[in-house]
Design a protein around this ligand. Structure first.
Ligand SMILES: [Ca+2]
Length: 89
């Protein structure tokens, strides 16, 4: 229950699936201003960390997820490439 005079901000629903601009804006709002080159580093390191962990973990589900990582990285990097407004990949 909210007070009668409380202003509730409208929820913004992205109109485009996997819109990197939306993600970057969300991160910036949380204090993480991500430049394209840093996004690429994050993608490389997080994906490598997940695959390395999948190999040594006892969980078998992450082994299957790790198999799709190269294709996922390719897709995510193409999206991250749009952060600076220039398509370079
Ligand atoms: Ca770019």
């Amino acid at each position: 229950m909210t007070p009668e005079n409380e202003v509730i901000a409208p929820v913004e629903v992205p109109v485009k699936a996997y819109d990197v601009k939306v993600l970057v804006a969300k991160l910036k709002a949380r204090g993480l201003d991500v430049a394209e080159d840093m996004a690429m580093v994050l993608i490389d390191e997080v994906s490598a960390w997940v695959v390395e962990s999948a190999v040594i973990s006892e969980n078998k589900v992450d082994d299957i997820a790790a198999l799709g990582m190269p294709e996922l990285v390719k897709i995510v990097k193409q999206l991250a490439d749009k952060i600076d407004g220039k398509d370079e990949i």
